[in-house]
Structures are given as structure tokens and as C-alpha cells.
Design a protein around this ligand. Structure first.
Ligand code: ADP
Length: 452
């Protein structure tokens, strides 16, 4: 099984150490081979110079060759013809170099080591001179070998030491670099559902850790927002449910306390039924919303003619409008279709048109239009002549349980969920809902859908 350290710090250090060791080994080897090659090249050049000196004397003053051997500048050389040694330096036989002749062939310089352990660099050449003399020149390689050995020792001892120091440094550095992660881990551990307002520290927003912390902080902010909305929703829902339940209870209690005749009983029961109706509507709305929250996947869509949907809704709400003496005018372009869930779209439009009726004065005029917009979308518009909605409420009225005018809205039986349901239904069907309004001059709600 492969060795895989559990901590990033250790893993970084191992990788770093392996890479560094490979580089140092390659470097040390390179240095050693380079120094060795240049020292040998220098020695070979010296041998060539020695050979040239001997050759020049042999060619120009052959009788001086012994003089050169005894007192010349060339340390080791031997000149022979056949088996006869013509001249040799005094050190030649002492250093048992003659043995080298059998082992070093004619040609470029070669290293040779005697049985006694002495090293020489030897150049063996046959000259193109009368009698074809053989000249062998040699250089003691001992100093070169000692230098190379010293370099090798330095590199062998120094390289692991250098790697060790660098790895220790790397380990410390990796520890330092990873400190932000440690801090983030500790802080993230402290962030719970109850403490979602805590954030991770961001030391430098431009580096990788900083960006990670920023990204996680963004996620925490969204989570906090969702939790907050959920909390508010539960609180609002309980509050809304409590109101009709309390009303139901007090009507019942009052009814029980009094001696009632049949008509009185009927009145109490009717008022209890009214409250229970309200309760049912509220629970239905909550159910619709929570079903929508589960997601758009379950939405079954089909191609629907928008003018038809508008006509159906106008017919349903028309009854309520008539009770208030209002008129609903429908102007619909034929042939505009969208792929939506017809029930959801109908519900969305019902809520909007129902509001128009609820909040418009008696005998007002409401206009419903189905048209293609300039941007090529299909629009279902509801324009009323009600009080309009003030700027500060416009963004919020689509939120759950939001009422621009709580007293009035509750009086009309609303819980502030109608527009939230409309928006959810429209968005789950790929559209959006917009509001244009001027306070005191009515509202225009537009449901915008992609045309198909
Ligand atoms: P509700 O059930 O209370 O009517 P909605 O979500 O349908 O809840 O509407 C939210 C709020 O927006 C209402 O309480 C009301 O104050 C305001 N509103 C909605 N439609 C209109 C409208 N056509 N004219 C004026 N105010 C409106």
C-alpha cells in the first residue's frame, strides 16, 4: 500500500523532500562529473604538451633526448624503438610504469592504476619519424584523484545535510502557511445553527485561503439568511394559526356560557365555521407554499392558451367583483401560449385578481390584459384603481406573511400569503412577476412568461 500521510503539512514536506533530494542528487552528480571531466581535460592537455615537447626534441635534436629525460620539464616519459629503450626519465622505472605499456594501447590518453595503487594518466603514441619511435608520456594522477575524492566527500556529506536543513525549513514553512486553515477549522467548528452569524477570519482576500474563507463566509451568510427566514416563517405561521384558533375558542366559550335558542346556536356555529374556513384556507396556503419549496421537479407542465386561463380566472373572480359593483374588463390577444402547469398559473392569477377586487373601491374598474410584450414575452396584466402600494412596500409584498396594511388586509381575510404563492407558482413555471404602482393610483401586476 502506498504511504500517504494524513496531514497536508506532512504530505507537502514529503513531496518537497523527494523533489529536493532528486534535484540535489542530480546537481551533486553533475558537479562531480563536470569537475572530473575538466580536470582530466586539463591533464590530457598537459600530456599533449609533453608529447609535443618530446616529439620536437626527437625530430630536431635527437641527441638531446637523454638530456631532456634527465633534466627536462617532462616528468615521466619513455622513448623506445622496438624493444630498445632509447631514453626515459629517471622516475620512469622507479614508478613501475613500464607495466603500463602492456596495458595502455596506442591512442588517446587513458588512466592506469598500478598494483601498488598508484594512478597515472598515460598517453601512448607511435611517431611518424624515422624508426617509428614509440613515445609514452605519463602524469601522476594522484593529486587529481585526491581532489575528486574530497569533492565527492563534500557532496556526499553536504547534500543530505542540505536536504535535511531544507526539509526542516520546509516543514516549518508548511506549518506557517497552513495556520489560516487551522484557524478556519477551529472557527468553522464553532459555527452552529445557533451561531450562524460567526464568520471565518480572512487575512488576505487575494490569496487562495482568503478566497476560500470568503466563499465559505458567503455560504454561511446564505445559510443564516435561510435559517432566519425559516425562523420568521415558523413564527409568523404559528401566529397566524393562533388567531383563528383563539377566535374559534372564544366564540365557542361565549356560546356555551349563554342560554341560546336555535337561532342563537346557528349564529355561533356559523361564526365558528367562518373561523374554521379561514383556518383551512391558511393551512391550504401553507401546504401549497411548502410543496412549492420542495422544488420545481414535480411541476407537470403543458402548453396552455393564456387567453383561456385569463377568461377562466375572470369568470371565477367576476362573481366577487359583481358583489362590489366592480367591472372586470378582459382584453386578450388570442394564440399566445406558454408551457406551464395550468393549475399553478390559474392560482397565481386568481390571487392577483382577487387582491385587485379586495383592495379596489366599490364600482371600480379592473382591467385584465393578455399580450405580447416588447421583449417578446407573454404578459398577463392586472390593472386596478385601488390605493396602490407605497414604494417601501413594493419589494416586500411578495414575501410570506407580508402585509402592506396589516389591519386592513387581515380584515379582508388575508394572511399575506397570496402574492408569495403567486410568485412561487410563476417562478416554478419559468416566469416572473412584477409590480408597477404609484401610491393612490392603483397597481399593475404583470405575470411574465416565455412564449412557446
Ligand atoms: P393578503 O392575503 O393579505 O392580501 P397578499 O400576499 O395577497 O396577502 O398581499 C400582500 C399585501 O400586498 C396585502 O396585504 C396588501 O397590503 C398589498 N396588496 C396586494 N395587492 C394589492 C392591490 N391590488 N392594491 C393594493 N394593495 C395590495
Amino acid at each position: 500500500m502506498m504511504f500517504r500521510p494524513r496531514s497536508i503539512r506532512l504530505r507537502l514536506t514529503v513531496w518537497y523532500a523527494a523533489a529536493l533530494a532528486a534535484i540535489v542528487i542530480a546537481f551533486a552528480l553533475g558537479v562531480y562529473l563536470f569537475v572530473r571531466a575538466s580536470l582530466l581535460r586539463e591533464m590530457d592537455a598537459q600530456l599533449e604538451r609533453d608529447l609535443a615537447t618530446v616529439t620536437r626534441v626527437l625530430r630536431e635534436e635527437p641527441f638531446e633526448i637523454n638530456e631532456l629525460a634527465q633534466h627536462g620539464s617532462v616528468e615521466f616519459f619513455q622513448v623506445s624503438q622496438g624493444n630498445v629503450v632509447v631514453a626515459e626519465t629517471p622516475g620512469w622505472s622507479r614508478e613501475v610504469l613500464e607495466k603500463a605499456l602492456a596495458e595502455v594501447p596506442e591512442g588517446p590518453a587513458r588512466s592506469w592504476r598500478s598494483h601498488a595503487g598508484q594512478s597515472f594518466r598515460i598517453r601512448n603514441a607511435v611517431l611518424q619519424l624515422p624508426g617509428q619511435p614509440r613515445v609514452v608520456v605519463a602524469e601522476n594522477e594522484q593529486t587529481l584523484r585526491t581532489s575528486l575524492e574530497s569533492i565527492a566527500v563534500i557532496l556526499l556529506v553536504g547534500s543530505p545535510l542540505a536536504v535535511l536543513v531544507a526539509v526542516l525549513g520546509g516543514y516549518l514553512l508548511a506549518g506557517r502557511v497552513l495556520i489560516p486553515i487551522e484557524t478556519m477549522t477551529a472557527r468553522a467548528g464553532a459555527i452552529t445553527a445557533e451561531r450562524l452569524s460567526e464568520r471565518l477570519p480572512v487575512e488576505n482576500s487575494d490569496d487562495e485561503f482568503g478566497r476560500l474563507a470568503l466563499m465559505l463566509n458567503g455560504t454561511f451568510a446564505r445559510l443564516e439568511d435561510s435559517f432566519e427566514r425559516l425562523r420568521r416563517f415558523s413564527a409568523d405561521a404559528s401566529h397566524e394559526l393562533r388567531t383563528p384558533l383563539t377566535a374559534l375558542r372564544s366564540v365557542g366559550e361565549v356560546g356555551l356560557q349563554r342560554e341560546l335558542d336555535a337561532a342563537g346556536c346557528r349564529e355561533v356555529i356559523a361564526s365558528m365555521l367562518e373561523e374554521s374556513d379561514r383556518l383551512t384556507r391558511l393551512v391550504d396556503s401553507l401546504l401549497t407554499l411548502s410543496r412549492g419549496d420542495v422544488g420545481a421537479l414535480s411541476v407537470v407542465r403543458e402548453r396552455v392558451e393564456l387567453a383561456q386561463v385569463a377568461a377562466d380566472v375572470v369568470e371565477i373572480i367576476g362573481v366577487l367583483a359583481e358583489e362590489k359593483g366592480q367591472t372586470i374588463e378582459l382584453r386578450a390577444e388570442k394564440g399566445l401560449c406558454a408551457v406551464v402547469n395550468p393549475e399553478m398559473l390559474r392560482q397565481a392569477l386568481i390571487n392577483v385578481l382577487d387582491n385587485a377586487v379586495k383592495y379596489s373601491p366599490p364600482r371600480g374598474r379592473i382591467e385584465v390584459r393578455v399580450r405580447r410584450t416588447e421583449r417578446g414575452e407573454a404578459a398577463l396584466e392586472v390593472q386596478d384603481q385601488g390605493p396602490g402600494i407605497a414604494r417601501e412596500h413594493r419589494e416586500l409584498i411578495f414575501d410570506r406573511f407580508y402585509r402592506a396594511d396589516p389591519g386592513r388586509s387581515r380584515e379582508m381575510g388575508g394572511a399575506g400569503l397570496g402574492l408569495a404563492i403567486s410568485r412561487q407558482a410563476v417562478e416554478l413555471n419559468g416566469g416572473r412577476i412584477e409590480l408597477e404602482s404609484e401610491e393612490g393610483r392603483g397597481c399593475r401586476f404583470s405575470i411574465l412568461l416565455p412564449i412557446t
